[in-house]
Ligand binder design. Structure first.
Ligand code: NAP
Length: 242
């Protein structure tokens, strides 16, 4: 249970982040969701009964302000979920360099910025960071050059940050989901051939529901996981087991 804890969930207006925010609220936490669109953020915050702070994780100033506003309002920060991210398909040759840099700013630097801005407060609260990586942080995949490179870096950033802050009482973990039903994957999965490819890689033979990602996420940030740090937990229906 997360009673008395204050959590930030970046990208909490939709998909996996929204489900994580809902699960944390269900378990008694105070939650701040943060994303770019004020309209969607406010709408989701109202629906879930949590706070919304507008933030673009690709800007360090924006992330720092998110953390500071949260601590000002709630007095502390216990949990940071670096979930915000975008999808992108392409090989190293077909991905325009401008898109490559944009993806790295959001999916990789966004995680670094959040962790850096929150770390002083997490050390005070003996708090925890949960990064949302991907199966493509653990294995390669077709047409995922930029995405898999960023997620692979998030996986190792998780490990090395866990080592640096273990003695300070801060745990750092990631989750590595397989394919989940969200806006990010909707159009990709509409193509029969891609859907069949995904199922062929997934022994459980179906796409995940967002709740199936949110519940293990809540476990990892809870006291029940007090001896777990530096773990990159696959939640992938068996994708990375073969
Ligand atoms: P989604 O439904 O597209 O939601 C993405 C969320 O991130 C939205 O709230 C979006 O809001 C926010 N966001 C995007 N760019 C942002 C930025 N620069 N600053 C702040 N917020 C930003 O995506 P999802 O499928 O839930 O994915 C969430 C995370 O899970 C991502 O890191 C993704 O890589 C990872 N993941 C997803 C899957 C999957 O199958 N869906 C699998 C493995 C991993 P705004 O656009 O308003 O900013």
């Amino acid at each position: 249970m997360l009673s008395g804890k204050t959590a930030i969930v970046t990208g909490g207006s939709a998909g996996i982040g929204k489900a994580i925010a809902a699960e944390f609220l269900e378990q008694g936490a105070s939650v701040v969701i943060a994303n770019r669109s004020e309209e969607t953020g406010k709408e989701t915050a109202e629906e879930l009964g949590c706070s919304f702070i507008q933030c673009d994780v690709s800007s360090y100033e924006s992330v720092e302000s998110l953390v500071e506003q949260t601590v000002e309002e709630y007095g502390e920060l216990d949990i940071l979920v670096n979930n915000a991210g975008i999808g992108m398909t392409g090989t190293v040759e077909t991905t325009p360099l401008e898109d490559w840099h944009k993806l790295m700013e959001i999916n990789l630097n966004g995680v670094v910025y959040g962790t850096r801005a929150a770390m002083p407060y997490l050390q005070e609260s003996s708090g925890t960071v949960l990064n949302v990586a991907s199966v493509f942080g653990l294995v390669g995949g077709p047409q995922t050059a930029a995405y898999a490179t960023a997620k692979g870096a998030v996986v190792n950033f998780t490990r090395t940050t866990a080592v640096d802050y273990a003695e300070e009482g801060v745990r750092v973990n990631s989750i590595c989901p397989g394919f989940v039903e969200t806006e990010m994957t909707e159009s990709e999965l509409e193509a029969d051939s891609f859907y069949e490819f995904v199922l062929s890689q997934t022994p459980i033979n179906r796409i995940a529901r967002v709740e199936e990602i949110a519940e293990p996420a809540a476990f990892l940030v809870s006291e029940k996981a007090s001896y777990i740090t530096g773990t990159n937990l696959s939640i992938d229906g068996g994708w990375t087991t073969h």
